[in-house]
Design a protein around this ligand. Structure first.
Ligand SMILES: Nc1ncnc2c1ncn2[C@@H]1O[C@H](COP(=O)(O)OP(=O)(O)O)[C@@H](O)[C@H]1O
Ligand SMILES: [Mg+2]
Length: 244
């Protein structure tokens, strides 16, 4: 689904990523943790094609995205990747419904068809009575759920979330985390989530610890693995059938 090989990235003389290899399978919920400044956001932005690595390759759905040019890349990102940021990044002048529709309209889908799907998603996320509200009229938890609906509208292969619950209180935090697992369990949605929240990282299938630009440790939490079914290079199970 997503495969990173030897990703490096520097900003000036500061080498932020020093050679990251990572493979994410369909239906996995993976967390990325590590100290502030470790390079988590940079890695997520590179996975999301919002930034480019200095070296290495990124394959998403079998496409080497490092070879795509600007226009093709924007199109690919729109159709294959969904994003949820810490501060929702909804457009303030548009309603919840309009915000959710925007990525589908950019993808060239019809307004009518898009609105039907957006309403279904907002309904599923318990927001059906908020669809005509603008972001400033929504609570923090509601805004993040609208952002999740927007991320889902084009049926992305993977949703990349950077501290998605970082600005929420504990109740809304828990609701949002539960939503990620519901979407995985019901629709097989794949997530990569950068988080400081230990409760969340402990629930995810795999926790990638980043330190000083390298993967320091990978912890698989949802099942006991034997050496025989784990590829020791990638830490990946050879078969995905038994994923929780
Ligand atoms: N666009 C940029 N220009 C210069 N330095 C950057 C840029 N983006 C990130 N950095 C630096 O790279 C390091 C890693 O940043 P980041 O990936 O945001 O870390 P994290 O998300 O783990 O806190 C930090 O030292 C940060 O200041
Ligand atoms: Mg960050």
């Amino acid at each position: 689904m997503i495969q990173l090989q030897n990703i490096t990235k520097s900003f000036g003389t500061l080498q932020v990523l020093k050679g990251i290899d990572l493979h994410i399978d369909k239906g996995e919920v993976v967390s990325i943790v590590g100290p502030s400044g470790a390079g988590k956001t940079t890695l997520l932005q590179i996975m999301g094609t919002l930034d480019t690595p200095d070296t290495g390759s990124i394959c998403v759905d079998g496409v080497d995205v490092t070879r795509l040019k600007d226009k093709e890349l924007a199109r690919f990102r729109n159709q294959h990747l969904g994003f949820v940021f810490q501060f929702h990044q909804l457009l303030p002048e548009f309603t919840a419904l309009e915000n959710v529709c925007i990525p589908a309209l950019i993808a060239g889908k019809s307004k009518k068809q898009t609105e039907v799907r957006a309403k279904e998603l907002l309904d599923y996320l318990n927001l059906s009575d908020r669809i005509q509200h603008k972001p400033s009229e929504l609570s923090g938890g509601e805004k993040q759920r609208v952002a999740v609906a927007r991320a889902l509208i084009n049926n992305p292969s993977i949703i990349l979330a950077d501290e998605p619950s970082g600005s929420l209180d504990s109740k809304h935090k828990e609701e949002l985390h539960q939503l990620f697992f519901d979407l995985r369990d019901k629709f097989g949605q794949t997530f990569v989530i950068v988080t400081h929240d230990e409760t969340l990282s402990q629930l995810t299938d795999r926790t990638i610890h980043i330190k000083d630009g390298l993967i320091e440790e990978v912890i698989e939490v949802n099942e006991v693995k034997t050496q025989s079914n784990v590829n020791t290079t990638t830490g990946q199970e050879e078969s995905t059938e038994s994923l929780a």
